[in-house]
Design a protein around this ligand. Structure first.
Ligand code: PLP
Length: 411
């Protein structure tokens, strides 16, 4: 039996230099062994007492509906879930938008599932997806498993704004090489920087993409995993206003996640949908995704979908919005406190607007993270000069302690 290779070549284990879940597991084990640990590895929003920040009405709904909905859902999920989630995003504009646009939609296994479906749907094997150069690193693995390659556009320009020009240059380059150009824009509250595009940036981006679409098939996946953490969640987010109030010549697709917004992290609930005016596309979207889903994981997590779907449709009250809004206020206070301390201590960081993470600019990230690890402090090295801090998982005392550790190691 020695030296036999049972695992196929294409499934050989990946060498993940700084996988987030792996580092988080190490941090948890360190804590379990009795050490005082500061764990800023993972994008889970924790309360000050370190419990997971959840939404009480979501939990109540799961308790109410889950036991009586254990059957198989349809391949793309329940209608209640589709309507509930689209209403959540589009607010009082839902009726009008659904009259004027096609809204092809499928439930997915979290935001990760939405991205995986999209990478397989829009690109052929060996095509290239365009990702930001500073990104949630899992995009690369999702692309690899979809048998596509990736290239990156610069996230920021010299003025520390979204680098529309570099993105457009890459789109032009790839439009000459493949039939479809697929781009991921993680906005708002980008992971790992916390950057969100301004209205002016959306205007410019959309105008340029419209121009480029005259000569290329462009699909933009907006990864909106953190959408509700950007602004007042009682109004439709600015991104949807831009997409629905302008002529759009490219295809706009949204990879949504219920992990962060509704505190449903492990329940694996998300969605992939588009807002467009092309009925052919809408039909093909649903049919192609049905066979992809059926042939991989069969169907989504029905019990969780129906619980959230019923909550967002028949049991809806503004109390859900208020509770989630209050969560975003708590997060905001925490991250801005962290930023204040970074400024006071002259620690450099990338442009931050809102969201779970802040990214520090350093000289030797891997060494710094190793040194911190010895002090039982865990953060994520993204590259040789960037460190991601999941401020969402720290309370105020831990932020104070973390800054002290950073000051020591950066001296
Ligand atoms: N997109 C981004 C930018 C993320 O940070 C995450 C999770 O951390 C996801 C998508 C996927 O989230 P999930 O699969 O848990 O819904």
């Amino acid at each position: 039996m020695k030296n036999r290779q049972y695992i196929a070549q294409r499934s050989q284990p990946e060498k993940l230099k700084s996988d987030i879940l792996k580092l988080s597991t190490i941090a948890k084990a360190d804590k379990l062994s009795g050490n005082h640990v500061i764990d800023a590895t993972i994008g889970t929003f924790l309360n000050d007492d370190k419990t997971i920040n959840t939404v009480s009405s979501v939990i109540e709904s799961i308790n109410k509906y889950l036991p009586s909905n254990l059957g198989y859902p349809s391949i793309t999920g329940y209608e209640e879930y589709k309507v509930g989630l689209l209403k959540w995003f589009l607010k009082e504009n839902y009726d009008e938008i659904s009259k004027n646009f096609y809204l092809p939609f499928t439930a997915t296994i979290g935001g990760t599932g939405a991205l995986s479906l999209a990478f397989n749907l829009f690109l052929d094997v060996n095509d290239t997806v365009l990702l930001p150069n500073i990104m949630w690193s899992n995009y690369k693995l999702i692309a690899k498993k979809a048998h596509i390659k990736h290239d990156t556009y610069q996230l920021f320009n010299e003025a520390n704004k979204f680098n529309i020009n570099d993105l457009c240059e890459k789109i032009v380059e790839y439009s000459k090489l493949q039939n479809n150009v697929l781009v991921v824009i993680n906005d708002p509250c980008q992971n790992p920087t916390g950057y969100s595009l301004s209205d002016q940036e959306y205007d410019e981006l959309i105008a340029k993409l419209n121009d480029l679409s005259q000569n290329a098939n462009i699909t933009i996946i907006f990864d909106i995993a953190y959408l509700d953490y950007d602004s007042n969640n009682q109004q439709m987010h600015r991104l949807f206003k831009h997409i629905t109030s302008k002529e759009i010549s490219f295809l706009s697709v949204f990879a949504a996640s219920c992990s962060k917004i509704f505190g449903l992290y492990g329940s694996r609930v998300g969605a992939l949908f588009s807002i467009n005016k092309d009925d052919n596309f809408s039909n093909d979207f649903s049919l192609s995704l049905e066979s992809q889903i059926r042939g991989t994981y069969s169907c989504p997590n029905g019990p969780a979908l129906i619980s959230l779907g019923n909550l967002l449709t028949k049991d809806f009250s503004t109390q859900i919005e208020e509770e989630i809004y209050n969560n975003t206020v708590v997060l905001n206070e925490r991250t801005h406190y962290f930023i204040k301390l970074l400024k006071e201590n002259n620690i450099e960081y990338l442009p931050y607007v809102n969201g779970f993470f802040v990214t520090l600019k350093v000289d030797n990230a891997y060494e710094i993270c190793q040194t911190l690890k010895k002090e039982h402090v865990y953060v994520i090295p993204l590259s040789s000069d960037l460190i991601r801090v999941a401020v969402c998982s720290l309370n105020k005392n831990e932020i104070d302690e973390l800054i002290v550790e950073f000051v020591k190691v950066l001296k």
